[in-house]
Design a protein. Sequence first.
Length: 116
Amino acid sequence: MKIRFVFDDRTVTATLNDSPSTQDFLRQLPLTFELEDYARTEKIADLPRKLTTQGSPSGTASKAGDIAYYAPWGNLVIFYKDFGYASGLINLGQLDGGLDRLTSNGSMSVTIERAD
């Protein structure tokens, strides 16, 4: 499943896995919000509602380019640096490229939509 992140200056595509959490995320699209920088490692944004965690592992480690859901806070996470194991972190997919677009320390506006 493909989605795209539409910024003011470019579009970045991503490939999502097929899991209940991912399906739940896709039902919320399109979404427009501010991605906030967190810990100089990731961009985060609150989702309109929490995603299901049915069938998900208790946590995972992430690498740069991973798209994940952090269940305890109910937010979307896009990693631009590698990150160790975190309980409650659920992998949703991976950016296809364009990671450099996310590496600034500030917030940024984005629209996430299906790329069917």
